[in-house]
Design a protein around this ligand. Structure first.
Ligand code: NAD
Length: 482
């Protein structure tokens, strides 16, 4: 059944002013599940106005009271876990197992936000000079906006508004127009927890909404997560308009496999990381760099296990690979597979046919290329799909060289039983998030999350102490009393 989604501004569900509706399909079937408003600059203006008004009182609410409301929100999210995960599978397509994993990761950020009284605490030093004391105080910024991607409809919005709001800010959220359904429940549960009106506002839409957020004079800071070209625009335009911006971008994550790895666990890990969530994860493994001394054995076994991966609707527990988000994305991915073949990659597992066999929906099966080189587009670009490339190298040095040659630097993983190799890898690799025998090294919420190079534009990542610093402004006070 199709539902018409609305914006939530100043405690009211409302239609967009002058926007139009766009159809949202279930990616597993192509059937319409909702209509989303593609809102206008005017809608953003209204949301900012409401946020600005709410900030006047919300910023004065004592920190422990803000944290107490966050505890209630945490409780409600936990109570509604099942429903939240089911909605993710419906609108995004990822399997129920992946969706419920995402729900948990999102909830962990709300757990972090409940400890804001500790996290926001400043610093003080008495007697910095004769009769003078020094201290640092943290204050909220004002109105903050968040712009999120389709691939984590729950976790990524929760990276942003709970911590920002717990720090005393008010928030305008724009989730992806391709996965707008879950946001409605996140907002409903938020207000059920008892937060005052106007603290969190939701504006659905696309480019026009983002452009207004980037230039609106009353927005102090912007958190963005999405593709690299858009992240670049958001960072450049937002900072040009005087805003604090953190823009987390695309990725091309490499996993290094050495001969002394635990082969069975490594293959299982690579498969989960490369093909789980249909490869539509910013931390997905998309290139395996394997040393020649183990390459044949590793690749034979990886090929065997990739061939038997099932493809289909994520609601069915038997399926490992769900659909891609849209038909247009599937076409783009098929173009990359064609290009990989044309440019000389050896196609060991071809997911094209398996994807087409599923029927309606936007499916591509797990796909594996060997003998990939740095000249090929399948090595260079983020494909964001269950397409894994293998690069053969002679040793660890060359593996690090290949990984560091990518313009992206989000996550990187090494599989080895050598402490020395792991140490060398950690010291010399460019990635912002590093895994040692860990398949998807996404940090837990109390650590910061951000990549390097073209995977991140900004200074402070999301979550952890970085998140609190991003959403607060410091004042350093030097005082003397006569
Ligand atoms: P996207 O860049 O297409 O969209 C992200 C947001 O930007 C959406 O809300 C969208 O409406 C908006 N947007 C899209 N095009 C725009 C434009 N031209 N101008 C202004 N706004 C625009 O990203 P996506 O396809 O939804 O998400 C997948 C991407 O996100 C991948 O590249 C993935 O690696 C990245 N991602 C990164 C992280 C990270 O932590 N680094 C996490 C999740 C996803």
């Amino acid at each position: 059944m199709t539902k018409t989604i609305r914006n939530y501004i100043n405690d009211q569900w409302q239609e967009s002013v002058g926007g139009h509706l766009e159809s949202v399909p279930n990616p597993a079937t192509g059937e319409e599940i909702a209509k989303v408003p593609i809102s206008t600059a005017e809608d953003v203006n209204l949301a900012v106005e409401a946020s600005k008004e709410a900030y006047k009182t919300w910023s004065l609410v004592p920190v422990p009271e803000r944290a107490r409301l966050m505890f209630r929100y945490l409780h409600l999210l936990n109570e509604n876990k099942q429903e939240l995960g089911d909605i993710i599978t419906l609108e995004n397509g990822k399997t129920l197992k992946d969706a419920h994993g995402e729900v948990q990761r999102g909830i962990e950020v709300v757990e972090l936000a409940t400890s804001t009284p500790n996290l926001m605490m400043g610093d003080a030093l008495p007697r910095i000079a004769g009769g003078i004391d020094g201290s640092i105080w943290r204050y909220p910024l004002g109105v903050v906006a968040g712009i999120t991607p389709f691939n984590f409809p729950m976790m990524v919005p929760l990276w942003m508004f709970p911590l920002a709001i717990a720090c005393g800010n008010t928030f305008v959220l724009k989730t992806s127009e391709r996965t707008p359904v879950l946001a409605e429940r996140l907002v409903e549960l938020f207000y059920e927890a008892g937060f005052p009106k106007g603290v969190l506002n939701l504006v659905h839409g696309a480019k026009d909404v983002v452009n207004r957020i980037l230039t609106h004079p009353d927005i102090e800071a912007i958190s963005f997560v999405g593709s690299e070209p858009v992240a670049r625009i958001v960072y450049e335009t937002g900072t040009k308009h005087g805003k604090r911006v953190q823009a987390l971008a695309g990725a091309k994550n490499h996993a290094t496999v050495l001969a002394d790895c635990q082969l069975d666990k490594t293959i299982e890990g690579v498969i989960g990381s490369a093909f789980g969530s249909s490869g539509e994860r910013c931390m997905a493994c998309s290139v395996v760099v394997v040393t020649e001394d183990i390459a044949d054995e590793f690749i034979d076994e990886l090929t065997k296990r990739t061939k038997v991966l099932t493809v289909g609707d994520g609601h069915n527990d038997q399926n490992f690979v769900g659909p891609l988000i849209r038909e247009s994305h599937k076409e783009r991915v098929l173009g990359y597979i064609d290009d990989g073949v044309r440019s000389g990659g050896k196609l060991l597992v071809d997911g094209r046919e398996k994807g087409d066999q599923v029927g309606a929906g936007y499916f591509v099966g797990a796909t594996l290329f060997d003998h990939v080189t740095q000249e090929m587009k399948i090595w260079q670009d983020e494909i964001f799909a269950p397409v894994l490339s293998i690069v053969r190298v002679k040793d660890l040095d060359e593996a690090i060289e290949v990984t560091n040659a990518s313009p992206f630097a989000n996550g990187a993983v090494i599989y080895t039983s050598s402490g020395k190799s792991a140490q060398t890898f950690r010291d010399r690799i460019d990635a912002g998030m590093v895994g040692v025998n860990v398949n998807v090294p996404a940090p837990m919420a109390f650590f910061a999350f951000a990549g390097n190079k073209a995977s991140f534009f900004g200074d402070l990542g999301t979550n952890g102490k970085d998140g609190v610093q991003f959403y607060t402004r410091k004042k350093v006070v030097t005082e003397r009393w006569f």
